[in-house]
Structures are given as structure tokens and as C-alpha cells.
Design a protein around this ligand. Sequence first.
Ligand code: NAD
Length: 318
Amino acid sequence: MAVVTSEILNIVPIDLSNTCLKKGCMDGEVAVVTGGASNVGLGYARALAWAGAKVVVADLNEVAGNETQRVINEENEGDVCLFVKTNITLQEDIDNLAAQAFAKFGKVDILINNAMNMRLNGPILKSSVEDLESSFAISAKGVMMAVKAFVPGMIERGHGTVTYSTTQFHYCPPMVGGSIYTAGKAAATSVIMSLANEVKGTGVNVFCLTPAGVGRIDFSKFPKPKDLPADAPKFSPKMFAMPGFDSMVPPEAGGAGMVYSILHAEELHGSGILISDALVAMDYPFPNPETVMHMESRRLSDMELTMAFCYMGNGFKK
Ligand SMILES: NC(=O)c1ccc[n+]([C@@H]2O[C@H](COP(=O)([O-])OP(=O)(O)OC[C@H]3O[C@@H](n4cnc5c(N)ncnc54)[C@H](O)[C@@H]3O)[C@@H](O)[C@H]2O)c1
């Protein structure tokens, strides 16, 4: 594996050979990663390629996308990555993405729906309806169009995985301030979890993964949610620290967790998993092993999951 640096992408060398993942465990697989030219999605794309998959990166950002293609191809010393400039809210772009992916690699086995506009973080009363439309366009509509482009081929071959970078916030706690963002994420999560029921038994496995606290994010540059309550805590990387990490989970580790989850997609089908649970399950070599909390996590049943996502509060007092 060649060590490749980038002046455009915020990366460190990726080496997953000290994890339980074996090189080649994704041989023969072709993955599409939307929003794969930055942060979480970039970690997924690089980890998949490290594990042997061919990767198609679909992203709006052409500069970062071209650089992602260069970095992944050089890291893996081969023609394993294709960047396709894509606005996932446009049907013609999704059609072009599918055409280019099939022309280059012949099929798509893995669809990672990960793109989102993280700036859509205003409260309902202060935001425009257009912001809500943009949020749904990327999340719900973009996810559904990508699913329709790639899942029929997976069903035909009886083999595939579909996942979504969801969030633990399906409605918005005051500290986050991102009601428009969370509304879009909830809609897409609903699309994905419903799809899991629709494709049951076809060989296509569908789950959501919450990459909570993954990234190399400069919080000083992060747009402030509009009109946060005065006592809202300030964002800092430490706030997002996962068990075993001092700060945020590096995207390369997030990518390892995603590869591990895809390898266990049959068990996860119709379910959601937090990245920290995936890292604990795979015994990821955490930087501070003594701080790792080995939590008892379990797969929620379909009904529990529906109820968790639909929970609204206590209702009327008796
Ligand atoms: N980072 C976290 O801690 C965290 C937590 C929970 C959920 N998530 C989810 O994970 C995903 C990735 O998060 P991130 O922190 O890497 O975000 P990011 O903003 O760094 O990356 C998002 C990527 O999506 C691309 N994109 C935006 N709109 C697009 C469009 N219309 N078409 C194609 N590409 C588009 C951007 O160019 C960017 O490369 C998001 O869906 C986010 O909601 C992240």
C-alpha cells in the first residue's frame, strides 16, 4: 500500500492491517459512495478500496472528487476508483452515475448513501421552506433515486448491500439546532428502513449506520446553527469523542467500521448500528484500549426499531 499525501484532502495514511479486516475481504465487490469526497464518505471509500473493492465516488465537489480518485488509485496502485461528478438531487446525474459505474466496473454491489449538506442546520421557524426542500432533496429524494438506479441489479444477482449514513438525531435536541438537517435525515432513514422490508429474502441487505463523531472537522469553521439558546453547549471535537478515542473518530477508522458492518450486513439487515458499536464489535485497535467501554449492544427488533424512531414523548398526563 503506497503512502499518499494530499494538499486538498484532510487525510492521514490508511493502514487497516492491524484490524480484524483482511486485505482482499472486499475483492470482487463494486461500491458506490455518495458524498465520498470528504470526511466520513472519503473514509468509507478509502477503506473499501484498501479491502479490495472497486469504488465509485459520487460527489458534487469536483476538485475534491478528482483528488479522491487520484489518492485512492495511487494508494492501491491500480485503477480501482472512479470519480463521477454527481448532484444526487438530479435524476440526470444519477442516470449518468449509473451509466459510468456500469461501464467502468460492470455492476454495483454496494450502495452507501452518505451525501448531505451539513449547512442545512437552521431551526424550523427561522429557516426557509427552500432549505427544507434542499434537505429532503439530498436525503430522501437523492437516496430513493440512487436506490432505484442500483438495487434492481442487486436483486437480479441476489447479492448486494445498501446502507445510509444516518444520525441519532431524528428530531432535534436544542444543542444541535439543526431541525432542517434532522428532518431530512429522518426521511431518508425511513426510506432505507422501509426498503429493508421490501427486499427481505432477495439477497440484498439493508441497514443504517450512524457515523456519530467521525471526522476531522475544524469546529471553528463550522456554521453556527441559527439562534441557538444562550445556554447551548459549544461544539468541540471532545464533545463527540467515542469510547476509546480522545477526540473524534478518524475517518479511516470510520471506514474500517463500515467495511466490517458491510461484511456483517446479513445480521444487520433491517437495523441500525452506531459506528462506536461497530468498532467495539470488531475490536478495533483503539488508541487507548483501557478506555474502551465494551457496551452490551444488540440488534433491535423491527418493531422496537420502528418505535424508537417514532417515539414522540409522554403524551397527555393522566
Ligand atoms: N460526521 C459525523 O459525525 C456525522 C454524524 C452523523 C451523521 N453523519 C452523516 O454522515 C454523512 C457524511 O458526513 P460528513 O461529516 O462527512 O459531511 P461532509 O459535509 O464532510 O461531506 C458531505 C459530502 O457530501 C457532498 N454533497 C453534498 N451535497 C451533495 C449532493 N447534492 N450531491 C452529491 N454530493 C453532495 C459534499 O460535497 C461532501 O463531500 C452525512 O450524511 C451526515 O449527515 C455524519
